[in-house]
Design a protein around this ligand. Structure first.
Ligand SMILES: Nc1ncnc2c1ncn2[C@@H]1O[C@H](COP(=O)(O)OP(=O)(O)OP(=O)(O)O)[C@@H](O)[C@H]1O
Length: 259
């Protein structure tokens, strides 16, 4: 079975630093997996290595069974949508939201995506709630709106595997909920989603498995950390009896895995 993502003893050294150490990770068809970990634990480097942006020093990474280093030309890149961590969608080049999203369809062979492609790009913009801004320059967009344009750019290929690096960072609450809804629909459709997150947040209900990195190693791979019973109840006051005294309990209850 060729899984959407599999890594085998993957290590990445950048400069003189070992960033990832012996990562074994598999994402199976239709799964939604969150990649969690503290700042600098290597989450972005791992997804960059998976999509061939960062060179792999040892071990291997495969997408749909093809080695991203040695079989790069055979990898089904058309099945993969990648949303990098918060970069500007404009890149200094004046372009409308529609142009940026349409460029996600270009694969080096087709010079112009044509009317069908533009229709598809409009649908993708609609999925992120920006259809009405299609013809505006992304340079005037807010950071969160630019992020949504980049997500639309990945969605326009109708990918089977979506790899997103902190897609909700810097996005307002309504847009987060909208994007969570879009990802939920893709998940129900059977797509595979690997998403780098700081906290489960709005995507919590969607995530089936968490891989937690610390100092470039996997320290947890399994069920999402769940709040202790009752702690996710908004009415819960986090006050427990300790030897007869009521002592306020200020620990953060929603992530039991130490990051
Ligand atoms: N090109 C590079 N050269 C050297 N070190 C790098 C390079 N890119 C990243 N690093 C280092 O690798 C480590 C992991 O970075 P990475 O961006 O993967 O972490 P992260 O878990 O995604 O963090 P964050 O949550 O802050 O985005 C960091 O210490 C970073 O400084």
């Amino acid at each position: 079975m060729d899984h959407p993502v599999s890594t085998d003893d993957l290590s990445v050294v950048l400069g003189s630093s070992t960033i990832l150490r012996g990562i074994d990770m598999t994402v199976t068809d239709g799964e939604t997996v969150a990649l969690l970990g503290a700042n600098g634990s290597g989450k972005s480097t791992l997804v960059k290595a998976l999509v061939g942006v960062v060179p792999i020093t040892r071990g291997r990474a495969r997408l749909y069974g093809r080695d991203v280093t040695t079989e790069s030309r055979q990898v089904a890149w058309g099945r993969v949508g990648y949303v990098p961590q918060r970069v500007t969608a404009g890149g200094g080049v004046p372009a409308t939201a529609l142009e940026v999203v349409t460029s996600g369809l270009l694969d080096g062979r087709r010079v112009r995506p044509g009317a069908a492609g533009r229709r598809r790009a409009l649908e993708a913009l609609d999925q992120v709630g920006l259809a009405d801004r299609a013809r505006d320059s992304v340079q005037v967009f807010s950071g969160g709106q630019q992020q949504r344009v980049l997500i639309a750019r990945a969605l326009v290929r109708d990918p089977d595997l979506l790899v997103l690096d902190e897609p909700l960072a810097g996005i307002d609450r309504d847009s987060k909920e909208q994007l969570a809804g879009t990802l939920a629909t893709l998940h129900e459709d059977g797509r595979t989603i690997l998403v780098v997150l700081h906290e489960l947040g709005e995507l919590g209900p969607l995530v089936e498995r968490c891989v937690v990195l610390r100092h470039g190693r996997v320290v947890h791979d399994g069920a999402p950390p769940r709040p202790a019973p009752g702690h996710d109840d908004p009415e819960h006051e986090h006050v427990h009896a300790h030897g007869g005294d009521q002592v306020p309990d200020h620990h953060v209850p929603d992530l039991n895995v130490e990051l």
